[in-house]
Ligand binder design. Structure first.
Ligand SMILES: NC(=O)c1ccc[n+]([C@@H]2O[C@H](COP(=O)([O-])OP(=O)(O)OC[C@H]3O[C@@H](n4cnc5c(N)ncnc54)[C@H](OP(=O)(O)O)[C@@H]3O)[C@@H](O)[C@H]2O)c1
Length: 237
């Protein structure tokens, strides 16, 4: 029997962090939470059996196999550095990383296994392939990517919209972007191809954050023990 993958959850107090902690507990087996890290001061040292750490205490985190990071760009450098120092894998879904942070991720992949994805849902992975095929089949059509998210989301366009845009570009389209921030929308992406008299819309709607959390947990268990490298979600799901 394989031992559970020991996870460090970075960004644990956040919406994604909470979904990861809950799902890992529900799955009861393939993963175990070694520690939970948030930016703010820690109130309770242990919650539901999980040791809690502030970002300033990151270096004191216990032994883990894979870190899962859904935080903010300002927290990313520290978790990447810790994974490199400990020689363990990193799964990150934090969006809006800078060019320098992307370069650091690439450099780290020579020493540890890393996976960054703008979206951890299977549906968006398939949508991305459909977008590339549609763009290639519809030269000269307008391509517009419209995304909607909850009012607290800071970055726009979303990381997923930009990743879908890359797929559209790979098919030869030149996408434009529009963003809506309203209420508690988890995430909606429409890729619209338009020409005179006709229009195609490819739409993905996320009903809850569990789809991303499940994908990240699955990717983490697959990434454990792999050779160093920059992995794609489609390599692991
Ligand atoms: N790739 C995907 O599939 C996907 C899906 C959903 C969201 N996301 C992305 O994931 C990220 C988190 O989203 P969310 O909705 O969970 O955000 P959120 O609710 O705002 O949570 C952010 C978390 O990050 C922590 N944090 C902030 N700065 C930190 C630092 N310097 N060091 C350590 N922790 C820090 C916060 O700690 P405090 O609570 O203590 O402030 C909080 O726990 C965003 O970038 C979002 O765009 C990606």
């Amino acid at each position: 029997m394989t031992t559970p993958t020991r996870l460090l959850i970075h960004g644990a107090n956040g919406r994604m962090g909470q979904a990861l902690l809950r799902l890992c507990a529900e799955q009861n087996g393939p993963c175990a939470i070694a520690g939970a890290v948030s930016r703010g001061k820690v109130g309770q040292r242990v919650i539901a059996g999980v040791p809690q750490f502030a970002a300033s205490e990151l270096n004191g985190a216990p032994v883990f196999d894979v870190a899962i990071d859904f935080s903010l760009p300002e927290g990313f450098d520290a978790i990447l550095a810790l994974c490199v120092e400990r020689g363990v894998a990193l799964v990150s879904g934090t969006t809006s990383l800078s060019e320098a942070q992307r370069a650091a991720l690439q450099a780290a992949s020579e020493r540890i296994p890393v996976l960054w994805a703008a979206n951890f849902s299977l549906g968006v992975a398939v949508l991305s392939e459909l977008v590339e095929r549609a763009a290639a089949a519809l030269p000269g059509w307008d391509c517009d990517i419209v995304e909607a998210h909850h009012a607290q989301k800071k970055d726009a366009p979303s990381g997923t919209a930009l990743a879908l845009g890359v797929s559209a570009e790979q098919g030869g389209a030149q996408p434009r972007y529009a963003s809506l921030r309203a209420g508690d929308i988890v995430g909606e992406h429409t890729v619209q191809f338009t020409t005179l008299g006709e229009r195609i819309e490819l739409i993905h709607r996320a009903g809850n954050r569990d789809i991303f959390a499940r994908g990240a947990l699955h990717a983490a268990s697959r990434l454990r023990g792999q050779s160093p490298g920059l992995y794609q979600l489609r390599d692991l799901i």
